[in-house]
Write a protein that binds this ligand. Structure first.
Ligand code: SAM
Length: 172
């Protein structure tokens, strides 16, 4: 469940928010061989690692990685065909502001995809929330509510009920 769920044009312009060590940037680059992938993460360690992992694509001008936060995306309106968020929205502050910012950066008809390996319904969420300060494991309904408040419609939710994985897709 995740990237395989998403159809990606070969020339797509993609943003991966909370890109971590850049493994998904590399996957996205191979899914859009004539496109571009931008990564953003608020951790300088993650940005450095993402740059190392994707050095060739950066040298070729197909990849950019910037340090910054999901609640203040430093990109123009209508920049991206696809915005992805893997295993990261749990940590975002002011989630509706973040989602509205994602929507602003999407082109009309562009997609936002959230992949969480915890759907908030596993019974483990309280344990995680106590262990990791600031973490919130969103249920599908909570994500629907916040995405709707941020201006998204037609919210598609896919769940792996056994593993409690969640993939949410919306179109601008
Ligand atoms: C669990 S890691 C997932 C990394 C990567 N997306 C992956 O799936 O391998 C969460 C990432 O989200 C980043 N992150 C958390 N809050 C963020 C925020 N407000 N803005 C940008 N990045 C954030 C963290 O620095 C971390 O790299």
């Amino acid at each position: 469940m995740g990237l395989s769920e998403v159809s990606i044009a070969e020339n797509a312009d993609i943003l991966d928010v909370g890109c971590g060590g850049g493994a998904n940037i590399a996957r996205l680059l191979s899914r859009a061989p004539k496109g571009t992938v931008t990564g953003i993460d608020y951790s300088s360690v993650s940005v450095k690692k993402s740059c190392e992992v994707n050095a060739k694509a950066i040298a070729a001008g197909r990849c950019h990685v910037v340090e910054g936060s999901a609640d203040a995306l430093p990109f123009d309106e209508y920049s991206f065909d696809l915005v992805t968020a893997f295993e990261t929205v749990y940590f975002w502050p002011e989630i509706e502001k973040c989602f509205a910012g994602v929507r602003r950066t999407l082109k009309d008809g562009g997609h936002f995809v959230i992949v969480n390996e915890d759907d908030g319904l596993s019974g483990n969420n309280e344990k995680w929330e106590k262990m990791i300060d600031g973490l919130h494991t969103y249920t599908p309904d909570e994500l629907r509510t916040h995405l709707t408040a941020a201006g998204f419609h037609d919210i598609a939710v896919r769940r792996d009920e056994q593993r409690h994985w969640l993939c949410v897709m919306v179109e601008k």
